[in-house]
Design a protein around this ligand. Sequence first.
Ligand SMILES: C[S@@+](CC[C@H](N)C(=O)[O-])C[C@H]1O[C@@H](n2cnc3c(N)ncnc32)[C@H](O)[C@@H]1O
Length: 336
Amino acid sequence: MKSQTPSLEFSHFPVMLSEVIKVLTPSRGGFFVDCTFGGGGYSSEFLKFSKTKVVGIDRDPSVILIARKIEKKFEKRFKFYQSKFSQIDQIINHKVDTIVFDLGISSIQLNNMNRGFSFKSNKKLDMTMGLSDLSAEKVVNSLNENQLKLIIKILGEEKDASRIARNIVKARLEKRITRVDELVKIIEKSKKRNFSSKINPSTKTFQALRIFVNKEVSELIYGIIQATKILKPGGKILVVSFHSIEDKIVKYFFTNFSKNKSRPSRYLPEDSNDNTALFEKYANKIIKPTKSEIEKNHPSRSAKLRHATRSQNQFIYPSNFIKKFTKYLNLEAINV
Ligand SMILES: C[S@@+](CC[C@H](N)C(=O)[O-])C[C@H]1O[C@@H](n2cnc3c(N)ncnc32)[C@H](O)[C@@H]1O
């Protein structure tokens, strides 16, 4: 990893790599799609096994250089596309064995203060992962108080959303909010002091703005649907998520579109002949990082890994999945 990136500050430590390898068994070979290439940690590991072919996808232009180096080394087995993973069907037009998503931002993005993801930054309020025409600056200076409140409350699960939204609108009447540290000050002023809290007062508002700027909920929902569409029967889809909205979405999809989807009554037998289920029986088991990984790599502490196996059934578009999460989709669709 380190040798592929310019410096340690701009490298990414792949989360739960050994658990991912254990589930996906690249030693058996097959066609892998790494939908969140990042620092290339997962892709590089898959490529260590000579019978694998890998496609890497990432929306971030800053990882293209890392990807091109890997393409040169594995000319016949690796190809990278800068794209959003919701558009995977426009990149791959055949069935594949394995698809992996490692959601959120990488340390390459977080540690680059110019990107505006870290609340330690005093640079421009950007928060764009790439391939987005929005910025957090545009969002905080353009939306009305109620829209800001809903975004911070629903996408950030922030209980002080009303006060934060009110103070953002108040502050921007005096001067446009352009820098990260200016927003951090407004949030800190708005939050009740809670000295026992281990999380930074800005964490949830930053999460909300980042999700909104990059349309992360829509990306996840349409991304995992497209991925399921191109998975071979018996193929595996694996998602590592980092916050509760992501995990709720993945859990709902794997559970409700599997052969053991919730029954109207638990006294009714499971319908194992269900010919609409997209996945085999789903165990609803989360894999978490070990204590020693968390000690070595603090950002891994909130990671949750889920995986499901594609059934033999034909792909039927899961419209009810989209309906279930319209609250989030409508919120992300607010015009700025
Ligand atoms: C946590 S990092 C992945 C790290 C990677 N597994 C590794 O080992 O280096 C997440 C990456 O996914 C990318 N990403 C997030 N959402 C995306 C989307 N909708 N489409 C494409 N890439 C996305 C981000 O730009 C970031 O580089």
